[in-house]
Design a protein around this ligand. Structure first.
Ligand SMILES: Nc1ncnc2c1ncn2[C@@H]1O[C@H](COP(=O)(O)OP(=O)(O)OP(=O)(O)O)[C@@H](O)[C@H]1O
Ligand SMILES: [Mg+2]
Ligand SMILES: [Zn+2]
Length: 453
């Protein structure tokens, strides 16, 4: 019979637990130095190892030959704990046994010494689900903890645990597991199971698992039914109904290059194949944001777990990305009031303008090498200014002075676009200047330059 990977590969030792270095160190040291608390609270998202660690701790405390705080895994007690038949390990699920009676029976039982092992361990899962009365009853027990008894409360909802309980427990916080660690965990399972799974499939599974190892293991379980020869990113996507990041990035590249036909074709294809378009669009939005962060932060590694996207799109331009982000988020909003595929297609079509956008930096970069014929100031301004501001300049009188273009504007027009014009002046570093004329003075044909000359 097939044992699900998530169960089969539950770590048996502290050393096998993935991605929870601090909790592991604290607990293993406590066992080693005989400094174990009477009550712990294990808090963290689902499927990251709370129950697993609680059982390992129970094993370590009852093992007949522990070594360095690790259980041996072979003695009678270790084996019984693994089988779930050890009388001094009591696991309760607060979600189903929420009542005070259950806690009362715990309180009575607690007074008896361990039957077989050295320490009685109570694991109370979903501890945030206990009723108030049950909590209070438990509190009494925690106030005068019986000897040789350890309580481990587990919860996914830390905020719901009342302060009086919190103050009596040592808190152990488990976190989401980073993608690269999930990938190594999956790779280990593949090796032992003799599954030939491409790296990009493992990465895709890690990404959608969102830090949850249980989900990662069961997704791998699902794709492992695909015969080895056919197991690739496409078949895995199809089976799980998920689009891989790799493909999301391909789509992003099409949009940034204004390859509208191909992008529409791509979108229709995943739509036809029955993928969840809304989810795809969410991931797309997230990836574009990540890339924007990469481009704007000095040290993106501090904020982003995976910065490989920065490498992949190292030539992408921030101005274009910001425009793309705007289109994508508008697409998401519009998808609420019309069929999503239509809203997304429209957003894709609008990306045709992306290739027209030239950032200020780019305009500057291209300016020195080129002759005036190739790239006149006015062309550059067209791409840098808003259409209205550009129109105002186009209509204005202008003078060529040395290598400088001076636009002559009345005060009102100048004021209307002042911030844009000032930005342009700095960005073009002396190539452009403005002369501002007061309306009344225009009659007298005198002019004042705002910037001097
Ligand atoms: N840190 C981890 N290292 C290795 N495997 C893990 C880890 N966390 C979870 N797993 C895998 O996920 C399965 C479930 O883990 P566990 O029961 O410990 O999660 P949990 O945190 O108690 O989740 P829940 O909140 O849903 O009870 C394990 O059997 C194991 O396969
Ligand atoms: Mg659990
Ligand atoms: Zn043992």
């Amino acid at each position: 019979m097939h044992i699900p990977f998530a169960r089969k590969y539950r770590p048996r030792f502290f050393g096998e637990v993935v991605g929870q270095e601090t909790p592991v160190r604290i607990l293993q040291n406590a066992v080693k130095n005989d400094r174990v608390s009477h009550a712990y609270l294990f808090a963290g998202p689902r499927g990251v190892g709370k129950t697993t660690l609680a059982r390992i701790l129970a094993k370590a405390l009852n093992c007949k030959n522990p070594k360095d705080g690790e259980p041996c895994g072979e003695c009678e007690n270790c084996r019984e704990i693994e089988k779930g038949s050890f009388p001094d390990l009591i696991e309760m699920d607060a979600a189903s046994n929420r009542g005070i009676d259950d806690i009362r029976s715990v309180r009575e039982a607690v007074n008896y010494t361990p039957i077989k092992g050295k320490t009685k361990v109570y694991i109370i899962d979903e501890a945030h689900m206990l009723t108030k009365e049950a909590f209070n009853a438990l509190l009494k027990t925690l106030e005068e903890p019986p000897l040789r008894t350890v309580f481990i409360l587990c919860t996914t909802e830390y905020e719901k645990i009342i302060p009086t309980i919190l103050s009596r427990c040592q808190r152990i916080i488990l976190s989401r597991v980073p993608d690269d660690k999930i990938v190594s965990y999956l790779r280990m399972i593949c090796q032992r199971e003799n599954i030939n799974c491409p790296e990009e499939v493992l990465k895709m599974i890690a990404h959608v698992s969102d830090g949850c190892l249980r989900d990662a293991a069961s997704l791998l379980d699902q794709v492992s039914v695909i015969p080895d020869k056919e197991l690739d990113i496409n078949s895995a996507e199809e089976l799980l109904g998920i689009i891989s990041l790799e493909r999301v990035h391909q789509f992003m590249a099409l949009l940034l290059d204004s390859k509208v036909d191909e992008a529409i074709e791509f979108l229709r294809d995943i739509y036809r194949r029955g993928f969840n378009l809304t989810r795809f669009w969410e991931v797309l939005e997230e990836e574009v944001r990540n890339l924007i962060l990469c481009k704007s932060l000095k040290d993106p590694k501090k904020v982003l777990e995976d910065t490989s996207i920065c490498e992949k799109f190292k030539d992408a331009d921030l101005t274009r990305l910001l425009y793309l982000e705007n289109l994508i988020s508008r697409g998401r909003l519009e998808a609420r009031s019309r069929p999503p595929i239509r809203a997304y297609e429209l957003a894709v079509i609008k990306t045709i303008l992306i290739k027209e956008i030239i950032s200020i930096e780019e305009a500057l970069r291209t300016s020195p090498g080129r002759t005036e014929k190739e790239e006149t100031i006015i062309d550059k301004l067209r791409h840098t200014l808003s259409p209205v501001a550009f129109k105002a300049l186009e209509e204005a009188k202008r003078e060529e002075r040395n290598s400088e273009t001076v636009f002559i504007l009345d005060e009102e027009t100048y004021d209307a676009f002042r911030s844009e014009f000032e930005k342009v002046k700095t960005a073009f570093g002396g190539g452009v200047d403005f002369k501002v004329i007061k309306k009344k003075e225009k009659m007298k044909r005198s002019s004042t330059s705002l910037f001097g000359s």
